[in-house]
Design a protein around this ligand. Structure first.
Ligand code: PLP
Length: 453
């Protein structure tokens, strides 16, 4: 058996449906509330910014949702993505653990994000939308939507968090090569952006602010909708294509994971790999553990409050019940830009609250060290976000060594780090520090949580 479990790129191996975990939750999610009335939101409320098909998926409790053929036709370019056994890493760690990783860096944009970008662009095009606005942190989501926009003939406008906009010119150039417009956020093109700049002219930006700007622009024109790259149910749904493939690939490797690990910014890549396995735990009682890894500098699941909050800083979005550090919290400007978000997917938050997944946080230096150790063994340099999953996997493999226990560990290597070389240069030069989030700022942001009856 080869250590690379990549079956032939043939149509028949590509999943035909995504898996919707809403069908199997032991308790349903708390309702999403209208920000003004604080009553459960209706599909009509959401139709201002999302296409109907996406809203239906957001609210669906059907277990399987068909992947449209035009979406599968694009997926086929890189899907099924490979699943590898990390034999050289196992050897380097001298661990009895069996370490596997699902590699999403093989997509054209270099991460898992196109799995949902392609689907969302397709549904928008079907409903006659001409333009999509969005935000991006490190640039992975903006790149993925720019790519999807080209395939489906849509104009794309991306608000890019200022700190990344300044530090990652290649990401911007990538988006612009596909014809997308990329604007540093906060910007003076929206009321939300201008309000932030008036108070903090040097703002490094945040995903919360960039979302406000993108939503504001989308709400102004009928031919324009908004797309989110993580957090919402439909995004996590689209990502399950990775876990569905991984189940089949683990079976081909004649193994089954004891432990599934992923990094969590908004929760989508972790959910994508974990949910199809969680289905087997929920419905068949399989013994399997799930670990969600986040940065210590933005510790949403480990230190946040489980409460209703806004998804953005200007408080334009619906209220969702989630773990949050407060929508006013601006995380420090560390390098894993995709993990700098104040909130967490409602589905991930709910599962964490129910004890079905275990959250954990690591500092950035230990994550970069893990990423480099991984690269030296496996030859793939991970995205700084993915380094958190790598750190988690190595930590667990080391525990197996101490305990003399052979577990199968599967993690999501959600992207490569080829656009993140500045971060690696700073790390090698000893310029990176372990940032601590500001307790008092979090307390202040949490004091501002909306009151909900
Ligand atoms: C966007 C991104 C993340 C964080 O988002 P999730 O929704 O938590 O997956 C993590 N890793 C990479 C490579 C990303 O691009």
């Amino acid at each position: 058996m080869s250590d690379t479990v990549k079956y032939l790129l043939d149509e028949t191996r590509l999943p035909k449906a995504w898996y919707n975990i809403n069908a199997d939750l032991p308790e349903p999610l708390a309702p999403v509330l209208h920000p003004g009335t604080k009553q459960p939101i209706t599909p009509d409320d959401l139709a201002v910014i999302f296409p109907r098909a996406v809203i239906e998926q957001e609210m669906s409790t059907e277990r399987e949702i068909e992947i449209p053929q035009p979406v599968r036709d694009v997926y086929r370019q890189w899907r099924p993505s490979p699943l590898f056994r990390a034999r050289r890493l196992e050897k380097a760690l001298d661990t009895p653990a069996r370490i596997y990783y699902k590699y999403e860096g093989v997509s054209p944009a270099g991460s898992h994000k196109p799995n949902t970008a392609i689907a969302q662009a397709f549904y928008n095009q079907q409903e006659g939308v001409k333009r999509i606005t969005t935000e991006t942190g490190a640039g992975q989501w903006g790149s993925s939507l720019a790519l999807a926009g080209t395939f489906f003939g849509l104009e794309i406008v991306v608000y890019m968090v200022r700190v990344s906009f300044d530090h990652k010119p290649y990401r911007r150039a990538y988006m612009e090569s596909f014809g997308a417009q990329c604007i540093g956020s906060p910007s003076n093109t929206t009321a939300a952006g201008r309000a932030i700049l008036a108070e903090h002219p040097d703002s490094t930006g945040s995903l919360g602010i960039a979302i406000s700007e993108a939503v504001e622009l989308a709400a102004q024109r009928d031919d324009t909708k908004y797309a989110l790259g993580s957090v919402l149910n439909h995004v996590l749904l689209h990502q399950t294509v990775t876990g569905i493939e991984a189940k089949e690939q683990m079976a081909m490797a004649d193994d089954y994971p004891d432990l599934i690990i992923g990094c969590t910014g908004g929760g989508s890549n972790f959910a994508g790999l974990a949910f199809p396995f969680l289905e087997e735990r929920l419905r068949q009682g399989r013994d399997i553990e799930f670990i969600a890894v986040e940065p210590s500098a933005c510790p949403t699941l480990t230190k946040g409050a489980f409460a209703y909050d806004f998804g953005d800083t200007a408080q334009l979005t619906p209220l969702v019940k989630m773990y949050t550090l407060g929508s006013g919290f601006v995380p420090p400007g560390f390098h894993a830009g995709g993990l700098r978000y104040h909130g967490m997917a409602p589905q991930i938050s709910h599962l964490s609250k129910l004890g079905l997944l275990k959250p954990r946080s690591y500092n950035q230096l230990e994550c970069f060290a893990a990423g480099i150790q991984f690269a030296k063994a496996e030859g793939i340099l991970p995205a700084p976000e993915a380094n958190h999953a790598v750190r988690g996997a190595i930590h667990e493999a080391e525990k197996c060594r101490e305990a003399g226990e052979s577990k199968a560990i599967l993690f999501n290597l959600c992207g490569h780090g080829h656009f993140d070389m500045q971060a690696y240069m700073d790390y090698s030069a000893g310029k990176l520090k372990d940032l601590v989030y500001d307790d008092s700022e979090v307390a202040m942001a949490l004091a501002g949580l909306p009151s909900v009856g």
